[in-house]
Design a binder for this molecule. Sequence first.
Ligand code: PXP
Length: 237
Amino acid sequence: MTKLSVNINKIATLRNARGGDQPNLKQMAIDIERFGAEGITVHPRPDQRHITMEDTYALADIVKTEFNIEGYPDQRFLKIIRDIKPHQVTLVPDAPEAITSNTGWDTFENESFLKEVIAQLHEYGSRVSVFCNDDPKMVEGAFAVGADRIELYTGPYAQDYMLDPKKAVASFVMAAHRAKELGLGVNAGHDLDLQNLKYLKGSIPFLAEVSIGHALVCDALYYGMENTIQMYKRQLL
Ligand code: PXP
């Protein structure tokens, strides 16, 4: 079974546009779980442009499924993790000003840093997933630094999918199989949508989890959140 973790950053973006509490992020998280999502993901960025620190702590008391906090492991981020001890932490290499995550880690260049951070996160009791490009070497590096899972950065897959799905997915399948051989769990995320998700799942049936935000929230404007979650879950059967 592949779990659907809904990234709710965009719901916070909408709320922040008016400075009030509409839509109410906590209620949305409760409802998203009730509608069938198996996880909630947030990315509390240093500038708090969508998910705030306050949101992150409030959600920790509410999320009943799997709480996944993603981010770059600076001191601020590590404190949040130490306080909350979420089920899963997804480490991303983004610079603070990045609009969104746009590449995986160079797991060799950052070897000693990642090793230290992951050991720390394991002490807090969280599972650690390392955001990785579709490169078996980087997957091997993630294994070497002690990751439990990788999250494949699927942006390039999504971009090339319309042109040639088989070609677009090939390197992701190779990287996923290398992870599996090493005993790492495989998550995937970025730019996944109702067009490209089913093919990814069909190509990597052992995917543990997908983390989806932007397209899912956009689809919910048309279909409603409850229908949309069911539609995404059907792609993962
Ligand atoms: N995974 C990671 C590491 C991300 O940074 C994001 C975006 O916040 C996602 C998954 C979800 O990507 P999208 O919003 O394109 O579905």
